[in-house]
Design a protein around this ligand. Sequence first.
Ligand SMILES: [Zn+2]
Length: 270
Amino acid sequence: MKYTVKDFNADFPNDAACLDYLFKNRWPDGGKCKCGKSNCFYPVNDRRSYACSWCGAQIYPAAGTIFHKSETSLRTWFFAIFLMSSSKNGVAALELERQLGVTYKTAHRMGHKIRELMKNGNTMLSGIVEADETYIGERISNMHKSKRPQKRSGLNDKTPVIGILERGGNIQAKVVGEVKRETLLPNIVENVQKGSFVCTDENFSYRGLRKAGFLHNTVQHQKRQYVFGNAHTNSIEGFWSQLKRSINGTFHHVFCFPFSAFCFHFVPLA
Ligand SMILES: [Zn+2]
């Protein structure tokens, strides 16, 4: 389950690869230009932007993120996030300075911003919220063992991902070891404002949401009660399928990089 420096170097050899990663997270279906064309964007050389091949309009995958307007390279930022998310005890600014080859002042500022992001403190979801879980690609533990395709045995070989979506707002998704009550419930309590209306499927793990101070409505998929007023999970299920399409092939590997959890904060709803 370890994502090593070697993996990092293979996935993110340069700034262009980092920008491409942000682009794919933000526009998993390739994006749609204001001129009406879709799937029309190409990366602009030496700029943090993509341009439409029909009308030339530019879009900025890093806009609204901590990387935007920073003079520090994307790859340096990504590597800092890699270091900080793979260490349980935190990484001191001095260590970042040494590993990244930046000034102490820059290392300190970067460390601060990344820690803020990891805390999620100011991105509590609220209003009508959908929570759901899904299984993607191969299990992380299988990925680096062998280049040959692994034998699959249903869900056991897939990576569980849990997510919460605020309708008209942000999405938070992250890779977890196992989908169970101990992961699902605290994830909602920590990231959703009390009193919000939470829609989930009938997974037993979500029992206890009312007790925890939320309005809770379950969607009974077996009974084909897919849409009942506001009580549905269609938006997050749409997000899952978009995500799965975009991470076919090699991209599923990248998805398991812990960094993906941050990217989803910036995925705007269509
Ligand atoms: Zn265009």
